[in-house]
Design a protein around this ligand. Sequence first.
Ligand SMILES: Nc1ncnc2c1ncn2[C@@H]1O[C@H](COP(=O)(O)OP(=O)(O)OP(=O)(O)O)[C@@H](O)[C@H]1O
Length: 295
Amino acid sequence: MNTMNATVTSEADMSETENTPLPETKPAEATIEEGVTVGQPFADDAKFQLRNVEVLYGENRAIKNISLDIARNEVIAFIGPSGCGKSTFLRCLNRMNDSIDICSVKGSLQLEGQDLYDPKRDVVELRARVGMVFQKPNPFPKSIYENVAYGPRIHGLANRKSDLDDIVENSLRKAGLWEEVKDRLDATATGMSGGQQQRLCIARAIAVSPEVVLMDEPCSALDPIATAKVEELIAELSESYTIVIVTHSMQQAARVSHRTAYFHLGHLVEVNDTNKVFTSPEHELTESYITGRFG
Ligand SMILES: Nc1ncnc2c1ncn2[C@@H]1O[C@H](COP(=O)(O)OP(=O)(O)OP(=O)(O)O)[C@@H](O)[C@H]1O
């Protein structure tokens, strides 16, 4: 394990001048030992085992020697200041970074004990197992029905039309959308509200029976009511799926997740039970972030 020391000074600290003394509660500088995460980054019942993960965009090390387990049926939230690598790390979990030419991923990344980056792995099949919901709802410009039916059809999950109808209905029910759309399944999806479109994208992700759902700031384009519906949905879905959510909202992380992972400048600084992270964080950088001293 690489244990090179990296000294990190927060943005708030850098804005201080010599003439303005730091408040006593503010760390002048906090040290991150590269490759070391405080708290509980490992789990007995790991769905993903991620070890010494590095992600580079060309020369830029966006992820620096991160090791983490993600447990079955847990909701884990990734938080941290803008640019700290949350989305980059999330996208490793279903190889969404593959499409970025300058991006390279190193280390050991296993899903159920199998190498995620095995060149022989079928990436389409992987993305059915590890689905993704993006920041901006992105339904296909097709009907509501077709948006949900598309994945099960291409993955051969339904032999008959009636089977496909059942999958569409069940997925829309799980996404809390069935009652709102059951009488207009042929209507175009792009005519729905933003919150409905996002729940449709969740229905589309779960229609192929994934094991994991990755969510990259799924509520950032939604109003508070639509956000509350998606958060309720996350709680329900966590009974069946492993969920990894990137969020800028600490309140949201506190409401929906079991564990919270705090990222800083490409390091994974702390992972702990969500309650602990928000009430008594172990690392001073986590504390600085959650108390709003930077970020
Ligand atoms: N496609 C890309 N090409 C080159 N560099 C990238 C690319 N995507 C991200 N990066 C760089 O990788 C680092 C981490 O970015 P990333 O988007 O993962 O951070 P983040 O924590 O998700 O940020 P935010 O909260 O602002 O979305 C940043 O330095 C960013 O500039």
